[in-house]
Write a protein that binds this ligand. Structure first.
Ligand code: CS2
Ligand code: MG
Length: 402
């Protein structure tokens, strides 16, 4: 079997998605997600100009070899753009293999380890009272795990907290907007938010919280300590993880579980974090970290150190990328939880998929391959629109993490 053609489809049904379609001489094709929020065109060019010309003519069955050809062969290793491009190729090849063999991808990577995949819902409120109300709505809808984010007293607009009931979409049209941030106000408020939610919703609900990389290690240690009485499921990205050693300080002072890595792009970003057991969950999803092939290796390495998966699943991961994560979730023994933020309705015009969320769990059908398709004619109706993630400044104007 040979790869005969491959094309990149950039489309904006409500938000931008970059999708790779790989065609074969057998008539079977595979899809991969190449969306990197705010850097969509860079990944499209990486594929079109650099990877795809040498993909044509290869045997799509040889996934491991193709992965290493692009990873080792690039000379310039890793990087968000490069690893998202490799991920798209890899995912498309797993899709093809599943379709050719007539079996879902999860069957090719170990089969089912469970029947369903626990997901966490996003709950955001303008203030603590509204957040509590929204948690009640999420539990009434069946969710057993919720990520709680809230507007913070004294901070005008917080990244990740949309106004009213607007859908959560981190990128905004045009150039980056600037938001302001004050860690001391945040640190004073979040333990109070957790106290209110625990008091209103009881002990059983899993509570998660995303710090969005904003704290220093010692600030994160304070947060971890103060949240301990409310036993969070995890705190996410408490510090910016590129300094892996920074997590030692947090670990030394707190037993709050830590999830990290949605902005990482390979297992090499995790070596100290995992081998020193400084974290509890890896967030790097297949779509941003070299695809299913590399996600399985990262998860295998993590499993040795009792670290579980909690893959990133925000709306900037397309249905193709989410499906890739779900197949891994179903198969991996050290699956922990999956993030789930439903796509806008308009996304259904362009993509069709085989997963369904019921009562806080995700179910995958046994459709061969990934089980996701794209309607290229409909995709053309929604051309690319430039959009950016915001830039964060401290209240005195200094650029900070988000
Ligand atoms: C967030 C995302 O889902 C999450 O945990 O951190 O909203 C993230 O900021 C975006 O996906 C960035 O593209
Ligand atoms: Mg996050």
């Amino acid at each position: 079997m040979k790869i005969t053609d491959a094309r990149v489809i950039v489309s904006c049904p409500g938000r931008n998605f970059v999708t790779l379609k790989v065609m074969t001489d057998g008539g079977v094709y595979g899809l991969g997600d190449a969306t990197l929020n705010g850097r969509e065109k860079a990944v499209a060019s990486c594929l079109e100009d650099h990877l795809l010309p040498s993909l044509i003519g290869r045997d799509p069955a040889n996934i491991e070899d193709v992965w290493h050809y692009f990873y080792k062969g690039a000379y310039w290793k890793r990087g968000g753009v490069n690893m998202a491009a490799i991920a798209a190729v890899d995912t498309a090849l797993w899709d093809i293999k599943g379709k050719v063999l007539g079996t879902p991808v999860y069957n090719l990577i170990g089969g089912r380890s469970r029947d369903r995949i626990m997901v966490y819902a996003h709950v955001t409120g303008g203030d603590a009272a509204e957040t509590v109300d929204r948690v009640h709505e999420a539990t009434a809808a069946g969710f057993r795990a919720v990520r709680i984010q809230s507007g913070i007293p004294g901070i005008d607009h917080t990244y990740g907290v949309p106004h009213g009931r607007a859908p959560y979409e981190p990128a905004e049209p045009g150039l980056p907007r600037e938001y302001f941030w004050d860690s001391s106000r945040y640190l004073n408020f979040i333990p109070k938010l957790f106290a209110r939610v625990r008091q209103a919703c009881g002990d059983e609900l899993h509570l998660l919280h995303d710090v969005h990389h904003r704290l220093t290690p010692v600030e994160a240690a304070r947060l971890g300590r103060e949240l301990e009485p409310f036993h969070p499921f995890w705190i996410e990205d408490p510090v910016s993880g590129e300094l892996q050693e920074g997590l030692r300080l947090l670990r030394a002072h707190s037993v709050v579980p830590v999830a990290i890595g949605e902005v990482f792009n390979s297992v090499y970003d995790y070596t100290a974090l995992i081998s020193e057991q400084l974290i509890d969950f890896v967030r790097l999803p297949p779509a941003h970290g070299g695809g299913i092939t590399h996600a399985l290796k990262t998860a295998a390495f993590a499993s040795i150190y009792h670290v579980q998966t909690g893959f990133h699943g925000a709306t900037d991961i397309s249905p193709v990328g989410l499906a890739a994560a779900l197949h891994c979730d179903l198969a991996l023994n050290n699956f922990g939880i999956q993030e789930y933020m439903p796509h806008q309705e308009v996304v259904r015009e362009v993509f069709s998929w085989n997963y369904e969320c019921r009562d806080g769990d995700m179910y995958l059908s046994d459709r061969p391959g990934l089980g996701v398709d794209i309607d290229e004619t409909k995709a053309k109706k929604y051309p690319y629109r430039p959009a950016s993630l915001p830039v964060n400044r401290k209240t005195d104007g200094t650029v900070s993490y988000w």
